[in-house]
Design a protein around this ligand. Structure first.
Ligand code: ADP
Ligand code: MG
Length: 705
């Protein structure tokens, strides 16, 4: 029996031929390493009994079954037991202990050696225990946990388990150990090969958990190392513009705002002023719920750069948002000498070229734009501050490209999606994090109610009363896919399919023909031309409408303090974070707002998950807690709304459940890079290729930054 190496093809495992190997390949398992790293997704208690169908000559085994025959004459006493997979005769040459207790229908447990007798398998001279038919026999000596593996119709979990057992019988192949021994000791984790072996054949659940945690830790460590290295690369040797603050500059910036900054805004400004005053390039993530006042903070940063005669850029994810940012900034900058411009894809060629020249010559101080800012012909005279209003729609790639536009500008990403700490530590793990915790003063509360479809009429009547008294409302309907019973996550604003429009229209018809008869209502959806959409929003802002019936296009950007009522139709079809975003459209004025989540659709009553999900929103307005719940329910890819979020596929670790482990791995990774930035020490030699394997393409995204 030759020993296997981890790189051998599965086909070389005894008992696995080319046909089986193909079945393994269908599960993505090709090498012995793949096989060993295919961990059980759960465990079953194996009581240690061998099935009668599996008995082989000369085996020592314990079987359990129902007594179906008692025969022979003393001393040739026999009994036959049936365990559902076959029948086996038990044979004794002397009066067996317990024999008197045997009766037809009893449960018997027999342990002994298997022999061939007249070409049939028998168990000779077994030790015997007899139980009542309904009793649970004690486990046999070989009792253990057995893994249940992800399998296919052709390739059962059992066959996979047998192949893995075979590998270990043929001699234990070694897989690479990446984790330095000192770290394993510090974290109390086993070596890699030991962990794999333990994962496949644990004695206890605690063993199995320890094994999986070890492999999860390794994954987290590699991921965090990639981030630590990236962060180092961003900062090492790079000099950012030194932008010191002075009381005079601070005063001149603050007079631009028609309000006093909140304590939360001030705290964040202190953090970023410390960054940019140090000469170290800032890389900071600014988190704050919708309406928390991120724009003022961003503008403060930009004006600090401009005060030092550098340029600043603000990038928004859509044209509409870029325009809104620009309009908002215009309000703050009216009468100032700051030269500002809006650069979007919609700009005519002539104007665009003139603007680009201005930017290149340093005749523009502050540019607001979309992705158009990333195009290759845009270059700045002296770009010192980049603000990216992420709205969680930007991927790593685009940020990376923006980076290359000047000599190490400072960099602030704003996001309205509260990012759970676990993701902040991974996807954005190379950034410092600031949080605006408190909204500006004078805001009313938002009361959230989950209502069932049958309550709709009554609730809408109630809302009608408030609309007639001068409040305004949004009614949001989900995008609906081809199959009307199935919802698509309505995450991406954009051109809407035809059937979605009918659903918005239907909602409008039901309202205008029913509880909201006679009120001024308008449609708003992504299929409308931008000017029409803008006109509807303006009419709402001007108070000319009672309500708009909309798709999720109103999720971003619209800011109308008098709109205090949000009704979400089919709320069960939205993600929690998205509902939180939608709810953020109200509660912007001094009045208390109302958010009505209409839970509809088949089986909601029985779909406790949907009901539970919505209950989270009714319970809390804390975006971080909502985001945590959402992450738990939908995973990081969905939550971030993009595939380019830079997270590798994790095979062993769970970002939510293993949070404490993730924190440990992060501490360890950053410490490693601090002490050995090139990973040149012998105990770190295995790390770089392992990082590369885990991160794959994602790594090149990181390198581009
Ligand atoms: P965000 O971008 O975080 O969603 P904004 O920066 O757009 O929030 O601010 C939301 C609203 O709050 C704006 O109307 C803004 O004028 C107002 N605002 C911001 N900061 C303050 C403050 N310190 N005091 C009062 N109002 C503020
Ligand atoms: Mg904003």
């Amino acid at each position: 029996m030759s020993a296997l190496t981890a790189d051998d093809a599965i086909q070389f495992v005894r008992g696995v031929g080319p046909r089986r190997a193909e079945q393994f390949a269908a599960l993505g398992l090709r090498s012995v390493r793949d096989l060993l790293e295919h961990l059980p997704f759960r465990y079953e208690h194996d009581q240690g009994f061998v099935e009668i169908a599996d008995l082989r000559p000369e085996m020592n085994a314990t079987i359990r079954g129902r007594v179906v025959r008692i025969g022979g004459r003393y001393p040739g006493q026999t009994a036959q037991i049936d365990d559902g997979t076959g029948r086996c005769t038990l044979r004794w040459f002397q009066r067996p202990q317990g024999r008197d207790a045997l009766y037809i229908g009893a449960t018997a447990v027999a342990t002994g050696r298997v022999k061939v007798y007249s070409e049939r398998l028998e168990m000779v001279q077994p030790a015997l225990r007899v139980y009542r038919p309904d009793a649970t026999p004690e486990p046999a000596a070989g009792a253990r946990l057995v893994g249940v593996y992800r399998a296919t119709a052709e390739l059962t979990s059992r066959t996979i388990r047998q192949a893995i057992e075979q590998v270990y019988q043929q001699g234990a192949p070694t897989t690479e150990e990446f984790v330095p021994t000192a770290l394993l000791a510090r974290r109390g984790l086993p070596k890699r090969d030991a962990a794999l072996r333990l994962a496949h054949a644990p004695r206890t659940e605690a063993d199995a958990d320890l094994a999986r945690r070890r492999l999860a830790y390794e994954e987290f460590l590699l991921l965090e190392l990639a981030l630590a290295l990236r962060r180092r690369r961003l900062l090492s040797g790079e000099v950012g513009c030194v932008l010191p603050i002075s009381p005079e500059i601070d005063r001149r910036i603050r007079v631009r705002f028609p309000f006093a900054l909140t304590a939360s805004q001030d705290a964040v400004i202190r953090e970023l002023v410390a960054d940019v005053g140090s000469g170290r390039p800032m890389t900071r993530l600014l988190q704050g719920d919708v309406g928390s006042g991120k724009t003022a903070v961003a503008l403060y940063a930009c004006l600090l750069a401009v005060a030092h005669r550098h340029q600043a850029a603000i990038m928004a994810p859509t044209e509409i948002l870029a325009q809104q940012h620009f309009a908002g900034i215009e309000r703050y900058l009216r009468g100032s000498r700051v030269r500002r411009a809006l650069l979007t894809g919609a700009l005519p060629r002539r104007e665009r070229e003139a603007l680009l020249r201005g930017i290149e010559r340093g005749e523009v101080d502050l540019v607001v734009g979309t992705q158009a800012l990333l195009e290759h012909d845009v270059s700045f005279a002296s770009l010192a501050m980049i603000v990216v209003d992420e709205q969680h729609k930007f991927g790593v790639v685009q940020r990376a490209r923006f980076r290359t536009k000047g000599p190490m500008p400072h960099y602030l990403v704003m996001t309205a999606t509260p990012i759970p700490r676990t993701l902040a530590m991974t996807v954005f793990g190379d950034l410092d994090v600031s949080v605006i915790a408190q909204p500006p003063p004078g805001r009313g509360q938002v009361i959230t109610r989950v209502v069932a479809g049958r309550q709709w009429e009554a609730v809408m009547q109630h809302v009608r009363g408030r609309l007639e008294a001068g409040e305004q409302a949004y009614v949001v309907c989900p995008r609906i896919g081809d199959d009307p019973a199935r919802a698509e996550p309505a995450d991406e604003p954009g051109p809407a399919p035809q059937h979605e429009l009918t659903s918005v229209r239907q909602a409008l018809e039901r309202l205008s023909g029913g509880p909201w008869r006679g009120l001024k209502l308008a449609l708003l959806h992504g299929g409308m031309p931008a000017e029409e959409r803008q006109a509807v929003v303006s009419a709402l802002a001007a108070g000319a409408l009672h309500a708009v019936v909309s798709t999720t296009v109103i999720e971003v950007g619209v800011d109308i303090p008098n709109a205090t009522i949000m009704v979400v139709e089919h709320a069960e079809r939205f993600g929690l974070s998205q509902l939180h975003q939608l709810r953020g459209r109200v509660g912007r004025g001094p009045r208390d707002s109302l958010c009505v989540l209409v839970a509809r659709g088949p089986g909601l009553g029985s779909d406790t998950r949907a009901a539970e999900r919505l209950a989270v929103l009714a319970r809390t307005t804390d975006g971080f807690r909502i985001a945590e719940a959402d992450l738990r329910q939908r995973g990081p890819g969905e939550l971030l709304g993009t595939r380019q979020h830079g997270l590798p596929v994790l095979r062993f670790g769970d970002l939510v459940a293993d949070f404490a482990l993730l924190e440990q791995a992060r501490d360890d990774a950053f410490e490693i890079v601090r002490n050995d930035p090139e990973l040149a020490a012998p105990e770190h030699a295995a790390l770089p290729p392992a990082i590369e394997r885990l991160m794959g393409e994602k790594l090149s995204l990181i390198d581009a930054a």
